[in-house]
Write a protein that binds this ligand. Structure first.
Ligand SMILES: [Zn+2]
Length: 396
């Protein structure tokens, strides 16, 4: 009798296991399908648009440089990543630049002591993630030895000081930001870290077991959601003054964006979920720099400040070659390197939408124009989550 009971318990447990795990086995199959579709789309890329293709706009020629903003190493705490690991990952990802934003320290100048200069093929810029006396957080680019002291100043004074020193102040964690009337330069409208915190730990745990080793970046990308609130807020500010938007990696290389471990290095699983090499593959900021000028800290900051850049979730396909320009006098022209659903917005409202490689709109009127391009052919969530988010063209 006892033996029979054990058998039933075992059978029930087995049934529960099958029922609970079946969806995750199916998800692994779906990740495989997604990976194949991404490869198919990549094939459509015209061979004449090599990476780094130059663009023409208003008589100027630009070159597209791709990189990431908002990366931490073990120098600034909350991270276990080493310089060597970060350099290897940036080079392996063919990144032109990495903006490292170390946390401030009272004892040392973390911006000066982190990676600065060219290592391999990548330019590293030492910045800081700073706090202000009003409890706001910014990415300061480049960083400064004053990073720690800025927490004693109100937000407006911090921005004034940064601007006097020709530094950028980008809003980090807009969900917790308060000083929306301040004159900051830009907003990190999408954060890989913030997005990952929305994932249910249970779903994440089973995805890690079934799919992570095979499709690490796709497991993370499948959780992407369009940052509706941040974009609405951004559009509202853009209607009043010029600002730019960026994507932040907030890469720590310390296990699952804090989901599966803690800062002390206690690990639930024996590999890094937020390995630099994986995170640096997901989302990039592409900046456009005059073709006859080199990529330097100064030219990078100028392009970011002027909004001559765009956000691209390159994990879905390298967006190098995307363009959004004024053309033929009073029209706006958009071009994407592969077929996508191109959406043109004016003051936050859709005014034109097309499936293809290009969109032309005109004559334009006064307004703030912004483009989002979607690879809806990849299926959900990418029908609602943009592949590319452009910076605005301001017609005032
Ligand atoms: Zn950070």
């Amino acid at each position: 009798m006892k033996k029979l009971f054990n058998k039933w318990v075992l059978l029930i447990l087995l049934a529960i296991l099958v029922v609970t795990q079946a969806p995750f086995v199916y998800r692994r199959y779906q990740f495989g399908q997604l990976s194949e579709k991404i490869a198919e789309i990549r094939q459509q890329r015209a061979p004449s648009t090599p990476n780094g293709a130059a663009q023409h706009s208003e008589g100027r020629r630009f070159k597209d440089y791709k990189g990431v903003i908002h990366v931490h190493t073990n120098l600034g705490g909350h991270s276990t990543g080493t310089f060597e690991e970060l350099i290897a990952a940036a080079n392996a990802n063919d990144l032109d630049f990495v903006v490292v934003t170390e946390h401030w320290s009272d004892a040392i100048d973390t911006a000066a002591l982190t990676l600065n200069g060219v290592y391999g093929k990548t330019l590293f810029v030492g910045g800081n993630e700073i706090d202000t006396g009003d409890g706001d957080r910014f990415l300061m680019i480049p960083g400064s030895r004053d990073a720690a002291a800025l927490r004693k100043l109100p937000t407006t004074a911090v921005i004034e000081k940064l601007h006097a020193e020709n530094r950028l102040a980008l809003v980090a964690y807009p969900g917790e930001f308060k000083s929306w009337d301040a004159e900051f330069d830009g907003v990190e409208v999408f954060s890989l870290n913030t997005n990952a915190r929305k994932i249910s730990p249970l779903t994440a745990a089973f995805d890690v077991i079934w799919s992570f080793r095979a499709y690490p970046e796709l497991v993370l990308a499948s959780s992407f959601e369009r940052p509706d609130e941040n974009l609405t807020k951004f559009d509202a500010i853009a209607s009043k003054r010029n600002i730019s938007l960026v994507v932040g990696s907030d890469a720590h290389s310390n296990i699952g964006f804090h989901l599966f471990g803690d800062d002390a290095g206690n690990k639930l699983v024996n590999f890094k979920i937020d390995d630099y090499a994986t995170i640096l593959r997901l989302a990039r900021q592409h900046v456009l720099i005059d073709a006859d000028k080199p990529l330097t800290v100064e030219s990078l900051i100028d392009a970011l400040r002027a909004g001559r850049s765009f956000i691209a979730f390159d994990v879905l396909n390298d967006a190098t070659g995307f363009s959004f320009d004024q053309c033929e006098g009073d029209s706006l022209c958009v071009g994407t390197p592969v077929e996508s659903r191109i959406v043109l917005m004016k003051d936050g409202q859709i005014v034109s939408e097309v499936n293809g490689n290009s969109l032309k709109y005109g004559p334009f009127e006064k307004g703030i124009y912004r483009v989002e391009a979607y690879l809806g052919q990849l299926g959900p969530p990418f029908d609602k989550m943009p592949w590319i988010i452009s910076n605005p063209i301001f017609v005032r």
